[in-house]
Design a protein around this ligand. Structure first.
Ligand code: IMP
Length: 176
């Protein structure tokens, strides 16, 4: 059994579709303010490895919008809580270049640290569509017309940053 340490049920449900042998555990850990998602994940992992006796991983993610010089990036959680999707769409008003990407970094600990990164390129929609969590309703991955919010979890996983990072972890766990 491997613990996915997170307070976000949606992230857990997405990961569980790909790796069956995981369990969600909510242990708060410090999320430092850093320039790179990797640094945030590594710091959290260092903190947690002293108190978790099983194999575990954490995940840190963010959305990076080209026209906004990669904002909100590492500030994605705070910006979502404050201005939300409506605020992002407002900032993007009149901007034609809609390119954006989601990034997901997983830090997995099994006695040593393993880092996996998944990137999903796409664009910001002109209006919010569908459900999902966080920025799902305003992000359209390349290769689709739908926002993440309009996709099933299985379909989102095919494209998503998290799907990619989780599949990379999965291939470490069960090498062919
Ligand atoms: P954190 O990784 O929990 O710090 O999340 C960063 C922010 O990005 C949060 O506001 C999440 O809701 C958002 N976010 C992360 N992954 C996704 C996703 O797959 N879809 C939509 N929003 C996401």
């Amino acid at each position: 059994m491997i613990y996915f340490i997170t307070g976000n049920k949606n992230k857990y449900i997405e990961a569980k579709k790909i790796i069956k042998d995981i369990e969600m555990k909510h242990i708060p850990y410090p999320e430092i303010q850093a320039d790179k998602l990797e640094d945030v994940a590594e710091f959290g992992e260092e903190y947690l490895k002293k108190q978790v006796n099983e194999k575990f991983f954490i995940e840190d993610s963010g959305i990076f919008i080209d026209a906004l010089k990669n904002f909100p990036g590492v500030y994605s959680a705070y910006i979502f809580k404050t201005i939300g999707n409506e605020g992002i769409l407002k900032l993007m008003e009149g901007i034609e270049s809609r390119k954006a990407r989601f990034e997901s970094v997983i830090a997995f600990y099994d006695g040593s640290l393993h880092i996996f990164k998944g990137v999903c390129k796409g664009k910001i929609s002109y209006n919010a569509r569908g459900k999902g969590f966080g920025y799902d309703p305003i992000f359209i991955p390349d290769g689709s017309e739908k926002t993440f919010g309009e996709m099933s979890i299985t379909e989102k996983n095919k494209y998503s940053h998290r799907g990619k990072a989780i599949r990379a972890l999965s291939s470490l766990l069960a090498p062919l």
